[in-house]
Design a protein around this ligand. Structure first.
Ligand code: PLP
Length: 402
Protein backbone atom coordinates (compact mmCIF):
# COMPACT_ATOMS: atom_id res chain seq x y z
CA UNK A 1 0.00 0.00 0.00
CA UNK A 2 1.20 3.53 -0.70
CA UNK A 3 -0.46 6.91 -0.20
CA UNK A 4 0.96 7.84 -3.58
CA UNK A 5 -0.37 5.00 -5.76
CA UNK A 6 -3.12 7.12 -7.28
CA UNK A 7 -0.82 9.92 -8.44
CA UNK A 8 -0.95 10.24 -12.21
CA UNK A 9 2.08 11.10 -14.29
CA UNK A 10 1.91 14.83 -15.12
CA UNK A 11 2.68 16.12 -18.60
CA UNK A 12 6.29 17.24 -19.21
CA UNK A 13 7.01 20.98 -19.37
CA UNK A 14 7.83 21.43 -23.03
CA UNK A 15 10.73 23.85 -22.78
CA UNK A 16 12.56 21.87 -20.08
CA UNK A 17 11.93 18.55 -21.85
CA UNK A 18 13.34 20.04 -25.04
CA UNK A 19 16.52 21.18 -23.30
CA UNK A 20 17.00 17.69 -21.87
CA UNK A 21 16.57 16.16 -25.32
CA UNK A 22 19.06 18.69 -26.72
CA UNK A 23 21.64 17.89 -24.04
CA UNK A 24 21.37 14.17 -24.75
CA UNK A 25 21.70 14.62 -28.55
CA UNK A 26 25.22 13.85 -29.80
CA UNK A 27 24.74 15.41 -33.28
CA UNK A 28 27.61 17.91 -33.71
CA UNK A 29 25.59 20.64 -35.42
CA UNK A 30 22.65 20.54 -33.00
CA UNK A 31 21.12 23.92 -32.11
CA UNK A 32 18.97 24.82 -29.12
CA UNK A 33 16.40 27.46 -30.07
CA UNK A 34 14.05 26.46 -27.27
CA UNK A 35 15.32 28.00 -24.10
CA UNK A 36 14.69 31.66 -23.29
CA UNK A 37 18.16 32.52 -22.04
CA UNK A 38 20.78 34.75 -23.62
CA UNK A 39 23.77 33.18 -25.34
CA UNK A 40 26.94 34.86 -26.59
CA UNK A 41 28.14 34.80 -30.21
CA UNK A 42 29.90 31.57 -29.23
CA UNK A 43 26.61 30.07 -28.04
CA UNK A 44 27.69 30.23 -24.38
CA UNK A 45 25.73 31.50 -21.33
CA UNK A 46 26.86 35.02 -20.44
CA UNK A 47 27.36 36.44 -16.97
CA UNK A 48 27.07 40.20 -17.39
CA UNK A 49 30.43 41.89 -16.63
CA UNK A 50 28.62 44.36 -14.38
CA UNK A 51 27.22 41.45 -12.35
CA UNK A 52 30.75 40.07 -11.83
CA UNK A 53 31.86 43.50 -10.60
CA UNK A 54 28.92 43.73 -8.20
CA UNK A 55 29.48 40.20 -6.89
CA UNK A 56 33.14 40.94 -6.16
CA UNK A 57 32.20 44.10 -4.29
CA UNK A 58 29.57 42.23 -2.27
CA UNK A 59 32.01 39.42 -1.45
CA UNK A 60 34.43 41.99 -0.04
CA UNK A 61 31.83 43.86 1.99
CA UNK A 62 32.22 42.58 5.54
CA UNK A 63 29.24 44.58 6.74
CA UNK A 64 26.87 42.22 4.93
CA UNK A 65 25.46 39.26 6.80
CA UNK A 66 23.10 36.35 6.22
CA UNK A 67 20.22 37.48 8.43
CA UNK A 68 16.66 37.21 7.10
CA UNK A 69 15.41 39.95 4.85
CA UNK A 70 12.05 41.53 5.74
CA UNK A 71 9.01 39.65 4.35
CA UNK A 72 8.64 42.18 1.52
CA UNK A 73 12.34 42.00 0.74
CA UNK A 74 15.19 44.46 0.49
CA UNK A 75 13.65 47.92 0.67
CA UNK A 76 16.27 49.63 -1.52
CA UNK A 77 15.88 46.93 -4.17
CA UNK A 78 12.11 47.20 -4.41
CA UNK A 79 12.09 50.98 -4.45
CA UNK A 80 14.81 51.16 -7.15
CA UNK A 81 12.93 48.55 -9.18
CA UNK A 82 9.63 50.40 -9.05
CA UNK A 83 11.46 53.61 -9.96
CA UNK A 84 13.09 51.90 -12.92
CA UNK A 85 9.69 50.78 -14.13
CA UNK A 86 7.68 53.94 -13.57
CA UNK A 87 10.42 56.52 -14.19
CA UNK A 88 12.21 58.76 -11.65
CA UNK A 89 9.63 61.50 -11.61
CA UNK A 90 6.49 59.43 -11.93
CA UNK A 91 3.59 61.14 -10.14
CA UNK A 92 2.65 57.75 -8.68
CA UNK A 93 5.96 57.80 -6.80
CA UNK A 94 6.01 61.45 -5.82
CA UNK A 95 2.46 61.08 -4.48
CA UNK A 96 3.30 57.85 -2.58
CA UNK A 97 0.81 55.82 -4.57
CA UNK A 98 3.25 53.15 -5.68
CA UNK A 99 5.51 50.65 -3.98
CA UNK A 100 7.43 47.47 -4.74
CA UNK A 101 7.67 44.03 -3.20
CA UNK A 102 10.75 41.91 -3.79
CA UNK A 103 9.62 38.56 -5.18
CA UNK A 104 11.03 35.30 -6.52
CA UNK A 105 11.76 36.58 -10.01
CA UNK A 106 9.00 37.39 -12.48
CA UNK A 107 7.08 34.18 -11.83
CA UNK A 108 7.07 34.84 -8.09
CA UNK A 109 5.87 38.41 -8.60
CA UNK A 110 3.02 37.15 -10.78
CA UNK A 111 2.14 34.58 -8.16
CA UNK A 112 2.19 37.00 -5.21
CA UNK A 113 0.08 39.50 -7.15
CA UNK A 114 -2.35 36.83 -8.29
CA UNK A 115 -2.64 35.37 -4.77
CA UNK A 116 -3.49 38.80 -3.40
CA UNK A 117 -6.07 39.48 -6.14
CA UNK A 118 -7.71 36.07 -5.78
CA UNK A 119 -7.73 35.85 -2.00
CA UNK A 120 -8.15 39.45 -0.89
CA UNK A 121 -10.07 41.03 -3.77
CA UNK A 122 -11.89 37.79 -4.59
CA UNK A 123 -11.04 37.96 -8.27
CA UNK A 124 -11.91 34.81 -10.21
CA UNK A 125 -11.59 35.64 -13.92
CA UNK A 126 -8.31 36.34 -15.68
CA UNK A 127 -7.47 36.84 -19.32
CA UNK A 128 -4.21 36.11 -21.10
CA UNK A 129 -3.17 36.61 -24.69
CA UNK A 130 -3.58 33.83 -27.24
CA UNK A 131 -0.82 32.70 -27.31
CA UNK A 132 1.10 33.61 -24.17
CA UNK A 133 4.03 32.50 -22.04
CA UNK A 134 3.34 28.90 -21.06
CA UNK A 135 3.11 29.57 -17.32
CA UNK A 136 0.51 32.36 -16.95
CA UNK A 137 -2.38 29.96 -16.78
CA UNK A 138 -0.81 27.65 -14.22
CA UNK A 139 0.39 30.49 -11.99
CA UNK A 140 -3.00 32.20 -11.85
CA UNK A 141 -5.00 29.00 -11.39
CA UNK A 142 -2.59 27.86 -8.66
CA UNK A 143 -3.08 31.24 -6.96
CA UNK A 144 -6.82 30.68 -6.66
CA UNK A 145 -8.28 32.13 -9.89
CA UNK A 146 -10.99 29.90 -11.30
CA UNK A 147 -11.79 31.10 -14.77
CA UNK A 148 -8.95 31.26 -17.32
CA UNK A 149 -9.87 33.03 -20.55
CA UNK A 150 -7.96 34.10 -23.64
CA UNK A 151 -8.06 37.29 -25.62
CA UNK A 152 -7.13 37.15 -29.30
CA UNK A 153 -3.66 38.46 -29.98
CA UNK A 154 -1.84 36.85 -32.89
CA UNK A 155 -3.11 36.76 -36.42
CA UNK A 156 -1.41 33.80 -38.10
CA UNK A 157 -2.27 35.06 -41.56
CA UNK A 158 -0.81 38.53 -41.28
CA UNK A 159 1.81 37.32 -38.80
CA UNK A 160 1.00 40.33 -36.70
CA UNK A 161 -1.28 41.62 -33.95
CA UNK A 162 -5.01 40.94 -34.18
CA UNK A 163 -5.93 44.27 -32.62
CA UNK A 164 -9.62 44.05 -33.56
CA UNK A 165 -9.98 40.61 -31.97
CA UNK A 166 -8.01 41.81 -28.94
CA UNK A 167 -10.26 44.83 -28.36
CA UNK A 168 -13.44 42.87 -29.00
CA UNK A 169 -12.50 40.24 -26.42
CA UNK A 170 -11.66 42.92 -23.86
CA UNK A 171 -14.98 44.58 -24.61
CA UNK A 172 -16.78 41.35 -23.80
CA UNK A 173 -14.87 40.73 -20.55
CA UNK A 174 -16.86 40.90 -17.30
CA UNK A 175 -16.26 43.90 -15.02
CA UNK A 176 -13.36 43.32 -12.63
CA UNK A 177 -11.61 40.70 -14.74
CA UNK A 178 -7.82 40.73 -14.47
CA UNK A 179 -6.04 41.24 -17.79
CA UNK A 180 -2.46 40.02 -18.10
CA UNK A 181 -0.56 42.29 -20.49
CA UNK A 182 3.02 41.80 -21.69
CA UNK A 183 4.73 45.12 -21.04
CA UNK A 184 7.10 44.65 -23.99
CA UNK A 185 8.73 41.93 -26.11
CA UNK A 186 5.66 39.71 -26.10
CA UNK A 187 6.50 36.08 -25.43
CA UNK A 188 6.15 34.03 -27.63
CA UNK A 189 5.28 36.19 -30.65
CA UNK A 190 7.81 39.04 -30.38
CA UNK A 191 4.98 41.29 -31.55
CA UNK A 192 3.96 44.29 -29.40
CA UNK A 193 1.09 46.74 -29.82
CA UNK A 194 2.05 50.16 -31.19
CA UNK A 195 1.62 53.18 -28.92
CA UNK A 196 -1.66 54.01 -30.67
CA UNK A 197 -2.89 50.48 -30.11
CA UNK A 198 -1.89 50.62 -26.44
CA UNK A 199 -4.05 53.74 -26.13
CA UNK A 200 -7.01 51.84 -27.56
CA UNK A 201 -6.36 48.91 -25.21
CA UNK A 202 -6.15 51.24 -22.21
CA UNK A 203 -9.38 52.93 -23.19
CA UNK A 204 -11.35 49.64 -23.31
CA UNK A 205 -9.79 48.47 -20.04
CA UNK A 206 -10.91 51.72 -18.43
CA UNK A 207 -14.44 51.66 -19.92
CA UNK A 208 -15.03 48.06 -18.98
CA UNK A 209 -13.53 48.47 -15.49
CA UNK A 210 -10.95 45.72 -15.94
CA UNK A 211 -7.76 45.35 -13.87
CA UNK A 212 -4.43 45.52 -15.77
CA UNK A 213 -1.70 43.20 -14.54
CA UNK A 214 1.47 43.85 -16.54
CA UNK A 215 4.16 41.25 -16.94
CA UNK A 216 7.50 42.95 -17.55
CA UNK A 217 10.06 40.19 -18.05
CA UNK A 218 12.14 42.01 -20.68
CA UNK A 219 12.57 45.67 -19.77
CA UNK A 220 15.57 46.91 -21.76
CA UNK A 221 15.77 43.71 -23.72
CA UNK A 222 13.28 44.65 -26.40
CA UNK A 223 14.67 47.94 -27.68
CA UNK A 224 17.86 48.18 -25.65
CA UNK A 225 16.30 51.21 -23.88
CA UNK A 226 14.80 50.82 -20.40
CA UNK A 227 12.50 53.83 -20.72
CA UNK A 228 11.17 52.93 -24.13
CA UNK A 229 10.36 49.41 -22.99
CA UNK A 230 8.38 50.75 -20.02
CA UNK A 231 6.26 53.04 -22.18
CA UNK A 232 3.02 51.05 -21.97
CA UNK A 233 3.11 50.73 -18.17
CA UNK A 234 3.92 54.43 -17.77
CA UNK A 235 1.14 55.37 -20.14
CA UNK A 236 -1.39 53.43 -18.05
CA UNK A 237 -0.11 55.18 -14.93
CA UNK A 238 -0.57 58.61 -16.53
CA UNK A 239 -4.14 57.57 -17.37
CA UNK A 240 -4.84 57.07 -13.67
CA UNK A 241 -5.01 53.27 -13.60
CA UNK A 242 -4.45 51.19 -10.51
CA UNK A 243 -2.31 48.27 -11.62
CA UNK A 244 0.16 45.53 -10.80
CA UNK A 245 3.36 44.87 -12.69
CA UNK A 246 5.57 41.81 -12.26
CA UNK A 247 9.22 42.57 -13.06
CA UNK A 248 11.96 40.06 -13.70
CA UNK A 249 15.74 40.52 -13.65
CA UNK A 250 16.31 37.09 -15.17
CA UNK A 251 16.84 38.37 -18.70
CA UNK A 252 18.02 41.95 -18.42
CA UNK A 253 20.54 41.16 -15.66
CA UNK A 254 21.14 37.54 -16.67
CA UNK A 255 20.13 36.53 -13.14
CA UNK A 256 18.12 33.50 -14.21
CA UNK A 257 18.73 31.31 -11.21
CA UNK A 258 18.93 34.01 -8.54
CA UNK A 259 15.14 34.43 -8.64
CA UNK A 260 15.27 38.21 -8.48
CA UNK A 261 12.10 40.12 -9.24
CA UNK A 262 9.70 42.74 -8.04
CA UNK A 263 5.97 43.29 -7.89
CA UNK A 264 5.17 46.96 -8.46
CA UNK A 265 1.82 48.07 -7.09
CA UNK A 266 0.22 51.33 -8.22
CA UNK A 267 -2.82 52.53 -6.28
CA UNK A 268 -5.07 55.57 -6.34
CA UNK A 269 -5.24 56.26 -2.65
CA UNK A 270 -1.98 56.59 -0.64
CA UNK A 271 -3.87 56.14 2.62
CA UNK A 272 -4.76 52.59 1.55
CA UNK A 273 -1.15 51.58 0.89
CA UNK A 274 -0.35 50.36 4.44
CA UNK A 275 -3.35 47.99 4.52
CA UNK A 276 -2.48 46.51 1.13
CA UNK A 277 1.16 46.12 2.15
CA UNK A 278 0.11 44.36 5.35
CA UNK A 279 -2.03 41.87 3.42
CA UNK A 280 0.72 41.20 0.86
CA UNK A 281 3.03 40.61 3.82
CA UNK A 282 0.70 37.85 5.05
CA UNK A 283 0.43 36.40 1.55
CA UNK A 284 4.22 36.14 1.26
CA UNK A 285 4.64 34.93 4.83
CA UNK A 286 2.30 32.04 4.12
CA UNK A 287 4.11 31.05 0.94
CA UNK A 288 7.85 31.37 1.48
CA UNK A 289 8.23 33.75 4.44
CA UNK A 290 10.84 36.04 2.90
CA UNK A 291 12.97 36.25 -0.25
CA UNK A 292 16.70 35.55 -0.78
CA UNK A 293 19.14 38.45 -0.78
CA UNK A 294 21.93 37.73 -3.24
CA UNK A 295 20.33 38.76 -6.53
CA UNK A 296 18.57 41.71 -4.93
CA UNK A 297 21.89 42.99 -3.58
CA UNK A 298 23.52 42.67 -6.99
CA UNK A 299 20.74 44.65 -8.66
CA UNK A 300 20.66 47.31 -5.92
CA UNK A 301 24.43 47.69 -6.06
CA UNK A 302 24.26 48.38 -9.80
CA UNK A 303 21.13 50.54 -9.88
CA UNK A 304 22.37 52.80 -7.09
CA UNK A 305 25.77 53.49 -8.66
CA UNK A 306 25.74 55.75 -11.69
CA UNK A 307 28.86 54.32 -13.27
CA UNK A 308 27.74 50.70 -12.86
CA UNK A 309 24.25 51.62 -14.01
CA UNK A 310 25.69 52.96 -17.25
CA UNK A 311 27.78 49.82 -17.64
CA UNK A 312 24.63 47.75 -17.19
CA UNK A 313 22.90 49.73 -19.89
CA UNK A 314 25.84 48.94 -22.17
CA UNK A 315 25.58 45.26 -21.29
CA UNK A 316 21.87 45.32 -22.19
CA UNK A 317 22.75 47.00 -25.48
CA UNK A 318 25.27 44.24 -26.21
CA UNK A 319 22.55 41.63 -25.74
CA UNK A 320 19.75 43.39 -27.59
CA UNK A 321 22.04 44.37 -30.49
CA UNK A 322 23.23 40.80 -30.91
CA UNK A 323 19.64 39.61 -31.07
CA UNK A 324 18.71 42.29 -33.61
CA UNK A 325 21.74 41.33 -35.70
CA UNK A 326 20.73 37.65 -35.62
CA UNK A 327 17.21 38.54 -36.77
CA UNK A 328 18.73 40.39 -39.70
CA UNK A 329 21.05 37.54 -40.60
CA UNK A 330 18.34 34.89 -40.40
CA UNK A 331 15.99 36.88 -42.60
CA UNK A 332 18.76 37.58 -45.12
CA UNK A 333 19.69 33.91 -45.31
CA UNK A 334 16.08 32.79 -45.75
CA UNK A 335 15.49 35.35 -48.48
CA UNK A 336 18.76 34.47 -50.18
CA UNK A 337 17.70 30.83 -50.30
CA UNK A 338 14.28 31.83 -51.68
CA UNK A 339 12.53 30.07 -48.80
CA UNK A 340 8.77 29.99 -49.47
CA UNK A 341 6.80 32.71 -47.65
CA UNK A 342 7.70 36.21 -46.54
CA UNK A 343 10.24 36.78 -43.77
CA UNK A 344 9.86 40.41 -42.80
CA UNK A 345 8.17 39.34 -39.54
CA UNK A 346 11.53 38.01 -38.33
CA UNK A 347 12.95 41.54 -38.27
CA UNK A 348 9.66 43.26 -37.39
CA UNK A 349 9.36 41.26 -34.17
CA UNK A 350 11.36 42.26 -31.12
CA UNK A 351 12.79 40.73 -27.98
CA UNK A 352 14.12 37.30 -27.36
CA UNK A 353 11.58 35.27 -29.30
CA UNK A 354 10.28 34.94 -32.77
CA UNK A 355 7.17 33.21 -33.98
CA UNK A 356 8.49 31.77 -37.21
CA UNK A 357 5.15 30.72 -38.65
CA UNK A 358 6.27 27.07 -38.84
CA UNK A 359 3.43 24.76 -37.83
CA UNK A 360 3.64 21.88 -35.38
CA UNK A 361 4.61 19.23 -37.95
CA UNK A 362 7.25 21.51 -39.46
CA UNK A 363 8.67 22.39 -36.04
CA UNK A 364 8.89 18.70 -35.15
CA UNK A 365 10.60 18.02 -38.46
CA UNK A 366 13.20 20.67 -37.54
CA UNK A 367 13.91 18.78 -34.31
CA UNK A 368 13.91 15.26 -35.74
CA UNK A 369 15.64 15.80 -39.05
CA UNK A 370 17.90 18.76 -38.37
CA UNK A 371 18.50 18.55 -34.59
CA UNK A 372 17.29 22.13 -34.26
CA UNK A 373 15.32 22.27 -31.04
CA UNK A 374 12.31 24.61 -31.10
CA UNK A 375 8.84 24.67 -29.58
CA UNK A 376 5.93 23.01 -31.37
CA UNK A 377 4.29 26.40 -31.74
CA UNK A 378 7.09 27.45 -34.10
CA UNK A 379 8.64 29.75 -31.50
CA UNK A 380 12.39 30.14 -31.62
CA UNK A 381 14.67 31.94 -29.22
CA UNK A 382 16.87 34.32 -31.20
CA UNK A 383 19.52 33.90 -28.50
CA UNK A 384 20.28 30.39 -29.71
CA UNK A 385 21.34 31.73 -33.12
CA UNK A 386 25.01 32.54 -33.63
CA UNK A 387 27.11 33.67 -36.59
CA UNK A 388 28.27 30.06 -36.95
CA UNK A 389 24.87 28.33 -36.94
CA UNK A 390 22.54 30.84 -38.60
CA UNK A 391 23.22 29.50 -42.09
CA UNK A 392 22.55 25.94 -40.99
CA UNK A 393 19.29 26.99 -39.32
CA UNK A 394 18.14 28.92 -42.40
CA UNK A 395 19.01 26.02 -44.69
CA UNK A 396 17.06 23.66 -42.45
CA UNK A 397 14.00 25.93 -42.42
CA UNK A 398 14.30 26.15 -46.19
CA UNK A 399 14.43 22.35 -46.55
CA UNK A 400 11.45 21.99 -44.17
CA UNK A 401 9.29 24.42 -46.14
CA UNK A 402 10.35 23.61 -49.70
N1 PLP B 1 6.82 36.33 -17.98
C1 PLP B 1 7.24 36.10 -19.22
C2 PLP B 1 6.45 36.63 -20.35
C3 PLP B 1 8.41 35.35 -19.43
O1 PLP B 1 8.79 35.12 -20.69
C4 PLP B 1 9.12 34.85 -18.32
C5 PLP B 1 10.30 34.02 -18.53
O2 PLP B 1 10.56 33.44 -19.55
C6 PLP B 1 8.65 35.17 -17.04
C7 PLP B 1 7.50 35.91 -16.91
C8 PLP B 1 9.27 34.76 -15.77
O3 PLP B 1 10.57 34.51 -15.70
P1 PLP B 1 11.34 34.41 -14.33
O4 PLP B 1 10.41 33.83 -13.32
O5 PLP B 1 12.49 33.55 -14.62
O6 PLP B 1 11.72 35.80 -13.96
Amino acid sequence: MSWFSGVQQGPPIEVFALTKQFTEDSFPQKVNLGVGAYRSDEGKPWVLPVVRIAEKALANDDSLNKEYLPVLGLEIFSSLSTKMLLGEDSPALTQNKAFGVQCLSGTGALRVGAEFLARKLEKTVFYFSKPTWGNHRLVFLSAGFQDAREYRYWNGETRGLDIDGFLEDLNNAPEGAVIILHACAHNPTGCDPTQEQWKQIASVIKDKKLFPFFDSAYQGFASGDLDKDAWAVRYFVTQGFELFCAQSYAKNFGLYNERTGNLSVVMNNPSEVPAVKSQITLTVRGMYSNPPSHGARIVSHVLSNKELYNQWRDNIKTMSSRIIEMRKRLREELERLGTPGSWNHITDQIGMFSYTGLNEAQSEHMVKKHHIYMLKSGRISMCGLTPSNVEYVAKSINETLS
